[in-house]
Design a protein around this ligand. Structure first.
Ligand SMILES: C[S@@+](CC[C@H](N)C(=O)[O-])C[C@H]1O[C@@H](n2cnc3c(N)ncnc32)[C@H](O)[C@@H]1O
Length: 394
């Protein structure tokens, strides 16, 4: 998960401004060869800045110290030891090589650990000092450009960004899947789900906005419009608790990594409809995701990416027939991760009563300016009033 500090406290990708060409591919699952594989997209100045950001130690330290993240990947790799032992693995975006090394320790015959960032040079040293150079082959380059010379049995990757899609790394995993994964191969993680829920957060509103009403006895309410703009114009990455959430979450999208297509990620829209479980000021919406580590045998449907279609039926229910797949969750009620939650605040809260309906539509699209940024359009209606908030996660 890439981050850098920004003036208003949330993390962002610091990159220069230029468009990024989109990849196109056909629709077949489990490509067994490179035939029909589209050419690698050019590496833009944005991409170079993105890889440069990943050459710093801090970001890798933060990811590795995220115990929920790293230990869940480790547990999933160990759970699939039978599918990994004696097999060829590709780690897409290996960073320090930690996941590649977990796979080698799980008995992989060979692991191609690929990273376009200079952190790959550290990975080479780490692999060497752990005496795994005969098994883990670190390649410094984009997965779209490297040649590994053989098809792989397993792809492992930690590609998830804020709001799941920010950073746009999933297309690189899809590229690797279509070019290098054997038919029936394993992808870890296999599925991802993005959720949203309405939130109340009076404390946050008080600290950032109401604060200006009385500053050491001075009325600074003239600051209110600027304070609202600075605090809430863009998405905020911060931790909330289950108490901030006004009702059950809705699914914005489901991603099946075995079948999802790059073009399906360019723009995702979902309708939602919530019924507030309490009377409270509605300050905005929170978003979070989870990923599941499931085998190819557990592909349930042809719908690899499913935006919300109907309303109440999309309230999150746990399917008792689902396999016992390991899940990495970034939900407010679960242990915190470095992803925290992403909040989109309104400039002014809406008072909602118990059982009041809040409904609308959310659209997440890759920015045309830089495909690693996310354009967000949030339409919401409640109590007979309708609003639209447009923002960019950059
Ligand atoms: C979120 S980090 C994960 C690092 C490591 N796998 C871990 O779990 O600690 C993603 C890494 O993928 C690399 N990356 C992203 N897109 C890539 C691509 N297309 N080709 C090669 N590396 C890529 C980045 O440079 C970054 O080091």
């Amino acid at each position: 998960m890439l981050h850098g500090s920004s003036s208003n406290g949330y993390h962002r990708l610091e990159q220069q401004r230029e468009g990024r060409p989109r990849k196109r591919r056909g629709g077949s699952r489990f490509r067994a060869s490179h035939f029909g594989q589209p050419p690698a997209p050019p590496c833009t100045e944005y991409d170079k800045a993105y890889f440069q950001a990943y050459s710093h130690i801090g970001i890798h330290e933060e990811m590795i110290k995220d115990h929920v993240r790293t230990s869940t990947y480790k547990a999933a790799i160990m759970q699939y030891q039978d599918s990994i032992a004696g097999k060829v693995v590709m780690d897409v975006g290996c960073g320090t090589g930690i996941l590649a090394i977990f796979c080698a320790l799980a008995g992989a015959k060979r692991v191609y650990a690929i990273d376009a960032s200079d952190i790959a040079f550290q990975a080479i040293e780490i692999v060497k000092s752990n005496k795994l150079s005969d098994k883990v082959i670190v390649l410094h380059g984009r997965v779209e450009d490297v040649e590994v010379g053989e098809m792989v049995d397993v792809i492992v990757s930690e590609w998830m960004g804020y709001l799941l899609l920010y950073e746009s790394m999933l297309p690189s995993v899809i590229f690797a899947r279509d070019k290098w994964l054997k038919p029936g191969g394993l992808i870890l993680p296999s599925h991802a789900t993005l959720y949203m829920a309405p939130v109340t957060h009076s404390e946050r509103y008080r600290q950032s906005i109401e604060f200006w009403r009385d500053v050491y006895g001075i009325d600074m309410s003239a600051m209110l419009p600027l304070a609202k703009q600075c605090a809430f114009e863009e998405p905020c990455v911060e931790t909330i608790t289950g108490e901030n959430v006004l009702t059950w979450p809705s699914v914005v999208m489901n991603v099946d990594c075995y079948t999802v297509l790059v073009e399906e990620l360019a723009s995702v829209s979902a309708k939602y409809k919530f019924t507030s479980m309490m009377q409270a000021p509605l300050h905005g919406f929170a978003f979070w995701f989870d990923v599941e580590f499931d085998g190819p045998q557990n592909i349930h449907s042809n719908e690899h990416l499913q935006p919300l279609r109907s309303f109440s039926s999309d309230i999150v229910l746990h399917d008792p027939n689902k396999s016992k797949a390991i899940v990495l969750s970034t939900a407010p009620e679960d242990d915190p991760t470095h992803w925290q939650q992403t909040l989109i605040y309104f400039y002014d809260p809406i008072e909602v009563k118990q059982d009041q309906v809040v409904e609308g539509c959310i659209t997440l699209s890759q920015s045309k300016e830089n495909a690693r940024f996310l354009n967000i359009r949030l339409q919401y209606s409640s109590g007979g009033r309708s609003f639209v908030k447009e923002t960019v996660m950059r």
